[in-house]
Design a protein. Structure first.
Length: 77
C-alpha cells in the first residue's frame, strides 16, 4: 500500500488527493484539481459532502466533474 492509498473499503481523504484540501479556499482549489481524474474528483466531492459542505467547493467539484465527463465523451469526429 502506498502513502496515498486508502485502507480497503475506504476512499482517500481530500488531503491525500490535494494537500490541505479541507483548508484551501475555492480559488486555490480550482487550480489544484485540474489534473485530477473524474474518479478522484468524485472522491473529493464525497469527502466534501460528508465533512466540509462548503457550497462553493461542492459547486466547483460538480462543475469540474461535468467538464471532465464531457471531455471524455468527446472523441475525434
Amino acid at each position: 500500500m502506498t502513502d496515498s492509498a486508502a485502507p480497503a473499503g475506504r476512499e482517500p481523504s481530500g488531503g491525500q488527493l490535494v494537500p490541505d484540501f479541507d483548508r484551501l479556499p475555492v480559488e486555490q482549489l480550482r487550480n489544484r484539481i485540474r489534473s485530477l481524474t473524474r474518479e478522484q474528483l468524485r472522491q473529493l466531492l464525497a469527502h466534501e459532502e460528508r465533512h466540509g459542505g462548503r457550497t462553493a467547493v461542492l459547486e466547483l467539484l460538480r462543475t469540474r466533474i461535468a467538464q471532465v465527463a464531457a471531455h471524455d465523451t468527446d472523441g475525434p469526429g
